[in-house]
Ligand binder design. Structure first.
Ligand code: CUK
Ligand code: CUA
Length: 673
């Protein structure tokens, strides 16, 4: 039995006992074991419920959380890792945005390589609008190996390795201008799904917005994930051209619906706004129709179709299945979905597809079996303007349930429970997708977007908790100025239990859209890199990495090469001289293997800060174009003599060339490389 289960069974009795002797009985303690706590609670103005929530979420120092939550860091372009139920922030993973503590984008060559992969149109992009993290799956369940996340603003997808929780790859999608239905994985992580959001010409050409219908297009890309390499393989990835609707959220089928993907959409009106031209604003134009289209896509078959070059076009170096081919090859169908839908979620058994309508108080539940039948029997109610068959709504729509105002996103529990966020109502609805019964509603504060429940979008949801990712915080915290924090609220729930709000966790770095929660035991990160000289870029030992005994400085054709080691509490070499104008290559290895013995390496005025975790090796390149003296030091408080872990890079002016040669400043065991 896990720690929190144990807590759960005893907590109610404990709180009842405390308050029986103390707070609720007479407004103060009067002896016995619980008296002091009761008095503390009273002094702090805490109710019995408050104390219960505190006891349920408190994880004592040294104890570990039961779950890990991987949350998008929103505009910060990062991923946040929380422990649950304590809601303690454990890590911020630099993804699309440089992150100085981790030395991500501050001199370590490998991290620049990753960030440079994310350049678009030759422009360095230094932020991302992360929305949807997706844990890798095996047979429809999280396997704890990889994490993916999208950048909505610049259509990109990143790969994070959960052995060291570092970003290994950023993949751009040159066919899109923005994405949204990303990242979602297929049940064995064969593909990472990326749906576009705002249509644009796929070939990146110019077309006036007045030619929206003919020239602008949506798209969905299936990025092939090579699990052995731990990388997306763009050569084996493919994209399907879609009509210029605004494709929104995605989900992959599982079980009986494995092999298919679902994407909700809005703006089937193909409105383009234009208030200045006398048109209704985009928001009104997109809400004119009663129905938009759920996109139903046979990705398994599409992968085969994409494998034959006769079926595809190459646009911007990527393989594209044109829309007419997708229709002809029976890869794409539409299903009507009520007005301005948002969110599509496949039930744990893969048999139903749940769509929310942000302007419709219902969730709509579709039957996968009925969809298959309608496809087989060509039970279509017509085609759209682009010839895509529309399945008969009456044939495939199984049921609707009124939940409240502004339903958005659904997560699942173990026995038919479903949790749906109600944005306008600021509440979480708990209902049952098997019985189609509403169970209860709990208010949250305020305006919830996504929900995250443990394994809540997998084949085996755990229940227990649901986190409400709120967009507004209004009055929940001491004001920190007009830009308020976002607010994660932890709710307790369970099959036989009402929902109870336990904890507010403000998130202060951007708007996290979605999070996934995994059993903490399923993620087994390394505590140190497995061997000294480990290169996190290749995830193997770099045979060239300097180690103890072969430190040194050498010079070759305008290059000064420094082989350095870091160990508590010195660098070796501690000083080196470089002729002005040389390019300097510093290879550094942290030769320690002790857990948490991380060193940093920063050089004054060079925008360099590298994190060297135990065993890690990194390479820094810089141009010593300015003469002078540049101290370097360890930025990680690693020992009592950490302040002494420092040295000098001296850049000798051209006018003094030869006065002190680099060889004079060799390390203790110089070597030539
Ligand atoms: S979207 Cu943000 S609340 Cu980007 Cu997942 Cu619905
Ligand atoms: Cu090493 Cu401080």
């Amino acid at each position: 039995m896990t720690h929190s289960h144990r807590v759960r069974t005893t907590v109610t009795a404990l709180v009842a006992a405390l308050f029986a002797v103390g707070l609720t009985a007479c407004g103060g303690g009067n002896g016995g074991d619980g008296t002091d706590i009761s008095q503390v609670a009273q002094n702090r103005g805490l109710s019995a419920e408050d104390v219960e929530s505190a006891v349920k979420t408190y994880v004592p120092g040294g104890e570990k959380d039961e779950y890990l939550m991987f949350a998008s860091g929103g505009h910060a372009g990062q991923v946040l890792v929380f422990g649950m139920p304590s809601m303690r922030l454990l890590k911020v993973i630099g993804v699309f945005t440089p992150e100085p503590w981790q030395g991500y984008g501050y001199g370590a060559e490998e991290t620049h390589r990753v960030l440079d992969e994310g350049r678009m149109n030759d422009r360095q992009i230094e932020w991302g609008d992360t929305h949807h993290p997706a844990l890798s799956e095996t047979d429809g369940n999280y396997d704890g190996e990889y994490l993916f996340i999208n950048d909505k603003a610049n259509p990109r997808v990143a790969v994070i390795d959960l052995r060291d929780l570092e970003t290994k790859q950023i993949v751009t999608d040159p066919l899109m201008k923005s994405n949204h239905g990303a990242t979602f994985v297929t049940p064995n992580t064969e593909y990472i799904v990326e749906g576009s959001q705002y249509p644009a010409p796929l070939d990146d050409s110019y077309s006036p917005v007045t030619e929206y219908e003919s020239e602008y297009r949506g798209a969905v890309t299936f990025f092939k994930f090579d699990r052995d390499a731990g990388r997306v393989d763009t050569d084996r990835s493919f994209t399907i051209e879609l009509p210029p609707y605004m494709q929104d959220l995605s989900d992959a089928g599982k079980g009986p619906s494995d092999g298919w993907a679902f994407i909700n959409s809005f703006n089937t009106e193909m409105a383009t706004g234009g208030i200045g031209q006398g048109n209704p604003p985009l928001e009104a134009g997109t809400a004119a129709n009663d129905m938009d289209y759920l996109h139903v896509i046979n990705w398994e078959k599409a992968a085969e179709v994409a494998g034959n070059p006769q079926n595809t076009e190459t646009i911007q170096g990527r393989t594209v299945i044109p829309l007419d081919v997708a229709v002809e090859q029976e890869l794409l169908y539409f299903v009507p979905e009520p007005k301005s839908p948002h969110g599509v979620d496949v039930t744990p058994n893969g048999e139903k597809i749940v769509v929310s309508g942000k302007l419709d108080p219902h969730v709509t539940v579709y039957s996968w079996e009925a969809m298959q039948q309608a496809i087989q029997n060509e039970n279509f109610q017509g085609t759209d303007d682009f010839g895509v068959p529309i399945l008969s709504y009456d044939a495939v729509m199984e049921d609707q349930l009124e939940l409240g105002l502004g339903p958005l996103h659904t997560q699942f529990g173990p026995n038919g429970q479903a949790y749906t966020s109600l944005f306008i109502e600021s509440a979480v609805a708990k209902w049952n997708w098997q019985t189609m019964e509403m169970e209860e509603k709990e208010s949250v504060h305020y305006n919830v977007g996504h929900l995250a429940a443990p394994a809540g979008d997998t084949k085996q949801p755990a229940g227990e908790y649901v986190v409400s990712l709120n967009k507004w915080a209004i009055d929940r915290f001491k004001s920190v100025g007009p830009l308020h924090p976002q607010n994660f609220q932890l709710l307790e729930t369970g099959p036989n239990q009402g929902m109870q709000l336990l904890y507010d966790a403000p998130v202060a770095i951007g708007e996290p859209h979605y999070a996934q929660v995994i059993d903490a035991d399923k993620v087994e990160p390394w505590n140190t890199y497995p061997e000294v000289g480990f290169d996190p870029g290749q995830m193997e030992v770099d045979s060239e990495a300097p180690t103890s005994g072969d430190e040194g400085v050498s010079r070759d054709d305008g290059k000064t090469i420094v082989d350095m080691t870091a160990v508590r509490s010195h660098f070796n070499p501690e000083r080196f001289t470089v002729p002005q104008g040389d390019s300097v290559i510093i290879h550094i290895t942290n030769v320690e293997q002790a857990r948490d013995a991380t060193h940093g390496f920063a050089i004054s005025e060079y925008n360099v800060n590298v994190s060297l975790e135990p065993g890690e090796t990194q390479t820094i390149r810089l141009l010593a174009d300015e003469a002078g003296v540049f101290p370097f030091y360890c930025t990680e408080f690693c020992s009592a003599l950490h302040l002494e872990m420092a040295g000098y890079m001296a850049v000798e002016p051209r006018s003094m060339a030869g006065a002190e040669s680099p060889a004079d400043d060799r390390g203790t065991a110089a070597r030539e490389r």
